[in-house]
Design a protein around this ligand. Structure first.
Ligand code: ZN
Length: 270
């Protein structure tokens, strides 16, 4: 990790502030999408395909927008939104960078490492993990942990099996040997089966394909079309997201013609 200690603490505090603003008293977020809206971000979710990009953070006029690709499995989409919240809090500003798009989260760029760290601190704060291990797993010896223990942590914090392992390793809770065993166990049983076994949230292992587009976004697209700032093709694409047709909206060039003939008519009356 190339972040220095003071930067790390800045990021931990930023993540803690978001949890406070959302009044999270549980271990994990029940709904990260609602939480992001609660702290002022406009969240757009759309299934743009598993092979497409993961998400972006954007400042558009006075709006701060987070887009997430809901073709990802849900636990990964949760991470994406947390990661984009990190970009919003740490890297974007009206005066500086206003857009960051993520094709993957393995980029070693400084901003990407920081956004990943923010997401880890937001979704799985150290104190909450230690509390969970102590009170819910009865301080069970790490050496005898199995996949079900990881699945319990995963379902409580609403994150992926892999992220749980990465976070526990980064915090020094898991050593290399236990990490390898638990990885192996996941390959053998799959996280979904583990979650079913504990009646956990197996939806975390599927993509939601959610389509959530704010009304303001559509108004913005339509007004831009009327102002001729975007093409009809772009309008069709944007409306297609919500199963609307461009034909439902009058063509501005036709409106202009009407105005012109109206002018002619007025002139003719002189
Ligand atoms: Zn990023």
């Amino acid at each position: 990790m190339s972040m220095n200690k003071s930067r790390q603490l800045v990021i931990e505090r930023a993540a803690e502030n978001v949890r406070d603003e959302c009044n999270v008293t549980d271990y994990g977020f029940q709904n990260i999408f609602e939480a992001a809206e609660k702290v002022g971000y406009r969240v757009i979710r759309y299934p743009i395909g598993a092979e497409s990009f993961l998400g972006f953070a954007l400042i558009k006029d006075t709006e701060r927008i987070i887009f997430s690709n809901s073709s990802q499995i849900l636990s990964r989409e949760v991470f994406s939104v947390a990661h984009e919240m990190g970009h919003q809090r740490l890297h974007l500003s009206e005066q500086g960078k206003t857009m960051i798009r993520d094709d993957d989260f393995n980029d070693r760029d400084e901003d990407e490492i920081e956004a990943n760290y923010f997401a880890a601190c937001l979704l799985m704060p150290t104190d909450k993990i230690l509390k969970f291990i102590r009170l819910e797993l009865n301080d069970k010896n790490i050496k005898i942990w199995n996949g079900l223990d990881i699945a319990r942590i995963q379902t409580t914090f609403n994150v992926s099996y892999d992220m749980t392992l990465v976070r526990l390793k980064a915090l020094g809770i898991l050593d290399n040997t236990s990490l390898d065993n638990l990885k192996l166990e996941k390959i053998e049983k799959t996280a979904a089966a583990l979650l079913n076994a504990i009646k956990g949230n197996s939806d975390l292992c599927k993509s939601s394909e959610a389509k959530k587009i704010p009304a303001e976004y559509l108004e913005w697209v339509i007004s831009n079309y009327y102002d001729k700032l975007i093409s009809r093709k772009s309008l069709e694409t944007a409306l297609g997201f919500v199963d609307l047709k461009a034909d439902d909206f009058a063509d501005p060039s036709e409106e202009l013609n009407e105005d012109k003939s109206f002018d002619d008519l007025l002139r003719g009356m002189d």
